[in-house]
Design a protein. Structure first.
Length: 259
């Protein structure tokens, strides 16, 4: 079995694969400081709830956009699972060619999503990830990663609205019954959710237009991606496991010759 770990700014998502089958997934808050022992024991307890013993895990890979936790997380996995995880970064084989102005600045999350989308759906492809930030990554038919848009995520926009406006409350992130909202909570929900849908459709259209890739497939992932994908025809596929699948694919590319 292979442990894959996607470390985002808000949450950390873990998955355990048995071959190509995703057997279990777990989520932890990234913002909570933990020691290596706490990470190791927490992971052991989580996988144990699904009947997965430590000696059943033969490898691990981490894709992270939060450098500060990497030492403790890596040491925790090494100490309690007795394996050294592969870290997505420079020198790791991905099958994706980064042709941006500064390839080393492309985040691990963007690379992992690009690998997952390109390997599963082919190219050209536009990958949307609705996380703390909303990202739009464009990959050519040859596997070249050459453009990306990064916008504030839905949750960030919500938090900015209620925290900066004294009389606006914290509200649940969901689509209201109608855009013709008539009270404060649904007023906010309408503006933010329909605003995100409008932004999504416009950015997709402009990226297709300026790239000349009119028939590019659009794939979305991320915790709040389903909310948007269900409301627009601009997104072709919503794939909740895209990032975890991308991590597994990268792991295989880098360990295939060692088995």
């Amino acid at each position: 079995m292979i442990l894959v770990v996607d470390v985002g700014n808000t949450n950390m998502t873990l998955g355990v694969y048995d071959g190509d089958e995703l057997k279990a997934t777990f989520r932890m808050m990234t913002e909570t400081p933990r020691t290596s022992d706490e990470y190791g024991l927490t992971i052991l307890n989580l996988i144990g709830t699904r009947g997965i013993a430590p000696d059943m895990v033969e490898g691990a890979i981490i894709g992270s956009v939060v450098p500060d936790i990497m030492h403790s997380l890596t040491r925790g996995i090494e100490r309690y699972l007795n394996i050294t995880p592969l870290i997505v970064g420079p020198g790791v084989k991905t099958g994706i060619n980064l042709v941006t102005e500064n390839p080393r600045n492309v985040g691990a999350d963007l690379i992992v999503d690009a690998v997952g989308a390109y390997e599963k759906y082919g190219g050209p492809i536009l990958v949307l990830d609705f996380g703390t930030a909303t990202t739009y990554s464009l990959i050519s038919g040859k596997g070249d990663f050459y453009a990306c848009v990064i916008a504030p995520g839905i949750r960030i926009s919500f938090e900015a609205l209620w925290s900066k406006a004294a009389k606006l409350p914290e509200v649940e992130i969901k689509k209201p019954k109608s855009i013709l909202a008539q009270e404060t909570v649904s007023n906010m929900q309408a503006g933010l959710v329909y605003g995100q849908i409008g932004q999504t459709e416009y950015i997709i259209r402009k990226m297709k237009e300026e790239s000349g890739l009119k028939d590019v497939k659009v794939v979305a992932t991320g915790g709040l991606g389903r909310l948007i994908a269900d409301e627009t025809d601009s997104i072709d596929v919503y794939d909740s496991s895209l990032t975890l699948d991308g991590l597994l694919l990268i792991y295989k590319k880098n360990t295939r010759n060692n088995r």
